[in-house]
Write a protein that binds this ligand. Structure first.
Ligand SMILES: [Zn+2]
Length: 752
């Protein structure tokens, strides 16, 4: 496979509305990919409609994007992102709502009063920001507030008054609860039970606030723009009102509807107000129409509010699709169920109807995911001519998700063109092409084993299971070995998973660096043949140099590439560094941001956003320094009555013609390279500025850490100090050397 470089993007500055349910993607990735595609004005198809930002960015890049979105909430989000109402409309909408009469009160005052609590310090009645609950209890155990009168703020114990307020609202709960589900499904609907069940994730107070507002939406008589603004704010409130907010937030991206053991009941009115800033989207709007209305050639979004299946034959006749893009969906029962509920509250039963299946289904497994994706891929095959590219992003990648996606695509005549993976925290970038490729003629029954071995050898250091798994999946996809014809997906996925398990566990060549048995934890590396004996000791001096194991590790190669780049480019932006590196280390070799930053911090300083090589790291300065250190070693040796000689890259102390100690002086943190050449009792000497980087490498590479176990690494500074000590003996030298472990420097890495 021709591995493409990972496309660098930027984390969005502002997470935006409903971000906990939307795919976490970097900005700038799709536009960069589209600029390579270079077909401005062409049609793109996003068959999933999962990421409004992705669609918007593609449209802003000058493409016409056809999106299928059968979830009414995501559809609304796409419209809102494309063309949000003016900020003034949001403010006015909230003011209009607040001014509605509830009895002889204003609605705003009425709803705020539900959250009144007394400040513990100044006794003034203020609004709580949130109440804290334990699952299954009738009353909250704490409240969170920020008193604007005295400044007291934080989590405070609940008061009797707070409890009274909660109990009072609970008295009328059943009435509001039945109103809430009648908005979603009819009384005699067989799905009524599911709607009721979903509404259980709302406590009485937020449910009262939400239904009270919902019941007034129609009578408000707002302009369409203002109504859109209010709906958008309400969407934030609908999500703020449920119990799926763990306290403390240990699971910030929920997938499953389930109430955490401790959770936060937000002040829904405050969340409505806060929604104002969440929707403050900057940047240009783009034309956005409902299918089959036309959008201009300069770019825009066309939304098809149905299923891909129904769109397929219409598109085929009318629109030449140049490429498919999309954030490939993974199941999210929480968001899908809640979407059905919110659609009912905000737009009525008719809006829920086509999406009602989301209410019913409560378990989505990977086989379900693969089956659904397979059917989507098949519809695409119907629409697209052969050769049309499909650029898919898979955020929150995990092995099962990837297996599901690869299996589905491979079973539907999409051929894999490229995969780029950075870390488990970044979206995997996959390129498919429509049309079946010939299966790679692979008669190797050990294809999985061979591939993983080759990958780890190319990497030259252990990898996460996700990397190993992806390397294996690529080989299986190319050999069409992910799913047998006629096989169900659950069986296919099970078979694949068992294959990985047995191939990794049954072969001694693979070493699992993990505290657990589960193959997905920890890291995987190559075993004894790579210079490690089983006890983790270094097999010295007998190592052949012309085999794969002598290949330098990925992190060392990345370090060299960055230094080279910084030497050529006096002032470099981080993004420029990434753009230089990714083509050098494409596909599954993409270096992590953590590694890049560790190297940059070691060699360079940042000024006004630009990285600049440190004075002492300019090559001429480093060369002088290397010479100084070599001289120091010789001088110290003389004081200890050793004779110093140079052999290759080592400085060796001899006594009576026999080597006693040797030194490998580095200007870099290429410890792996030093270990290759090291002999008995070698001391590796590195600049102090490299210590944190060396510590970082040891922490990310357990194989390197094992090889370094019995080798001492010291900083230049220590040798300088020793040369200044008036009385130096062989014993005190050894003591000092032992007291300067490189691991101590790891604290310096904490800022990243
Ligand atoms: Zn106070």
């Amino acid at each position: 496979m021709d591995f493409q470089p990972y496309i660098a993007g930027l984390k969005p500055a502002d997470p935006g509305p409903l971000s906990r349910f939307l795919p976490p993607l970097e900005e700038g990735v799709i536009s960069a990919w589209l600029s390579r595609l270079n077909l401005p004005g062409g049609w793109l198809l996003d068959p999933f409609g999962f990421s409004p930002r992705l669609v918007l960015e593609a449209a802003r890049s000058g493409y016409r994007v056809l999106v299928t979105a059968n979830n009414p909430v995501t559809r609304f989000l796409v419209e809102m992102f494309a063309n949000p109402p003016a900020q003034s409309e949001f403010t006015a909408a909230l003011a209009d709502l607040g001014a509605v009469k509830k009895g002889d009160e204003r609605l705003e005052g009425h709803l705020q009063s539900l959250y009144f609590t007394t400040c513990e310090k100044c006794n003034v009645e203020i609004q709580a920001q949130a109440f804290l609950w334990r699952k299954g209890e009738d009353v909250p155990y704490a409240r969170i507030y920020e008193c604007k009168h005295c400044g007291d703020s934080g989590e405070r114990a609940i008061t009797d008054e707070d409890i009274e307020r909660v109990k009072k609202i609970a008295e009328t709960d059943s009435l509001h609860r039945s109103r809430a589900f009648e908005k979603v499904v009819a009384l005699n609907d067989e799905d009524r039970f599911y709607a009721e069940e979903a509404i259980q994730y709302y406590l009485p107070r937020p449910l009262y606030v939400l239904t009270t507002i919902v019941n007034r939406l129609d009578s408000l008589n707002l302009s369409p723009e203002r109504k859109r603004a209010l709906t958008a704010l309400m969407l934030i409130a609908c999500d703020a009102g449920n119990t799926i907010w763990a306290h403390p937030a240990e699971r910030p991206r929920p997938k499953q509807l389930s109430t955490p053991n401790q959770f936060r009941e937000h002040n829904v009115w405050m969340m409505l107000e806060r929604g104002l800033s969440l929707w403050a989207e900057t940047g240009s709007t783009v034309p956005c129409e409902a299918w089959p209305k036309k959008i201009p050639e300069s770019g825009g979004i066309c939304i098809y509010d149905g299923r891909l299946k129904d769109l397929a034959h219409e598109v085929k006749k009318e629109i030449p699709i140049a490429a498919v893009i999309g954030s490939v969906p993974r199941p999210n029962q929480a968001f899908w169920t809640l979407s059905a509920l919110w659609a009912g509250w905000l737009w009525g039963k008719d809006a829920v109807e086509p999406y009602k299946v989301a209410l019913r289904r409560r378990r989505y497994d990977w086989a379900w995911n693969a089956t659904a994706l397979h059917s989507a891929f098949n519809h695409l095959i119907d629409i697209l001519p052969d050769g049309v590219p499909f650029f898919g992003l898979l955020p929150e990648a995990e092995p099962s998700f990837l297996t599901s996606v690869f299996s589905a695509a491979s079973a539907s005549a999409f051929s894999l063109e490229s995969v780029a993976l950075r870390t488990e925290h970044d979206a995997v970038q996959i390129l498919w092409k429509c049309g079946q490729k010939q299966a790679v003629q692979n008669t190797d029954v050990n294809i999985l084993q061979t591939t993983i071995e080759e990958y780890l050898a190319a990497r030259g250091e252990p990898a996460s299971y996700l990397h190993v798994h992806t390397a294996g999946l690529i080989a299986l996809a190319e050999a069409h070995a992910l799913k047998q014809p006629g096989q169900e997906f659950d069986e296919a996925l099970r078979t694949t998973s068992a294959l990985f398990e047995s191939e990794l566990k049954d072969h001694e060549k693979f070493v699992h660096y993990s505290s657990g048995e589960n193959i997905e934890t920890g890291m995987w590396g190559l075993g004894p043949d790579t210079g490690l004996d089983t006890s983790g000791e270094i097999a010295r001096s007998t190592r052949p140099t012309d085999q794969i194991e002598s290949k330098e590790s990925l992190s060392d190669r990345v370090e060299m590439a960055i230094v080279k780049f910084l030497q050529k480019n006096k002032n470099a932006l981080y993004l420029e560094v990434e753009n230089e590196l990714y083509p050098l280390f494409p596909g599954l070799l993409t270096p992590s941001k953590g590694l890049i930053y560790a190297i940059l911090n070691s060699y360079a300083e940042r000024e006004d956003g630009y990285w600049k090589l440190r004075e002492e790291d300019i090559s001429s300065a480093r060369r002088d320094e290397l010479n100084n250190i070599s001289t120091l070693i010789e001088t110290i040796g003389k004081r200890l009555e050793y004779k110093t000689r140079r052999e290759d890259k080592l400085l060796i102390w001899d006594e009576n013609g026999k080597p006693v100690r040797s030194f490998y002086v580095l200007a870099s943190a290429l410890i792996g390279r030093a270990l290759e050449t090291s002999a008995v009792d070698t001391i590796i000497v590195i600049p102090g500025g490299r210590a944190a980087l060396a510590a970082y490498k040891l922490q990310r590479d357990p194989a390197l850490a094992a090889r370094l176990k019995n080798v001492q690494v010291v900083k230049y500074r220590l040798l300088r100090t020793l040369s200044d000590v008036p009385i130096l003996t062989r014993e005190s030298f050894e003591e000092q050397i032992a007291s300067d472990p490189v691991e101590k420097s790891s604290g310096q890495m904490m800022m990243f």
